[in-house]
Ligand binder design. Structure first.
Ligand code: MG
Length: 176
């Protein structure tokens, strides 16, 4: 159980390498925030490779000082093979609420050279809000490119940063 701080902030980061879809490569379908993108490249990953949901999960877990996504859901566990990453977000929120915290707001930056995030930003925001059990106004998504520099800028990876603010929802438990 984390210390009873009224507010807790967490940061989450993830990167997935992007490869051509089969048969040219091993890339999975590109999914970000639970929304599918039509693209010739996709993530290399054990789960479905949703880098945004992975970073969201780690921001929530990090705010609480809990073990991170890699510790809770090891990538050598066959149960997580091709797994829908919304499972990880739901589990992080379940743990947050069990600890007496609710998500106040979340801000994400997705760095992706292509495809453009902007046409799907509203859908991602609504989907994330639904998953997190908060109002859409509590979720913000920003899309950026990497200015054609380095692996992300060459379209060979997707990178995500997320910060999340949590606040206590319950009165402190009485000491036992
Ligand atoms: Mg990941």
């Amino acid at each position: 159980m984390p210390a009873r701080l009224r507010l807790r902030i967490g940061h989450g980061y993830d990167l997935h390498r992007l490869e051509p879809r089969p048969p040219l490569g091993q890339g999975r379908p590109l999914v970000l925030g639970g929304i599918a993108f039509d693209h010739s490249m996709g993530p290399i990953s054990h789960s479905d490779g949703d880098a945004l949901l992975h970073a969201v999960t780690d921001a929530i877990l990090g705010a609480l000082g809990f073990p991170d996504i890699g510790q809770l859901f090891p990538d050598d566990d066959p149960r997580h093979e091709s797994r829908d990453s919304s499972h990880f977000v739901l589990e992080a929120m379940r743990r947050a609420r069990a600890a007496g915290y609710e998500l106040m707001n979340l801000d994400a930056t997705v760095i992706l050279e292509r495809p453009k995030l902007s046409p799907q930003k509203d859908r991602i925001r609504l989907r994330l809000a639904e998953l997190l059990g908060v109002a859409p106004e509590a979720v913000n998504i920003k899309g950026k490119t990497h200015e054609r520099v380095d692996a992300v800028g060459e379209g060979r990876a997707v990178e995500v940063h997320v910060v999340a603010l949590l606040e206590t929802t319950s009165t402190p438990p009485t000491s036992r």
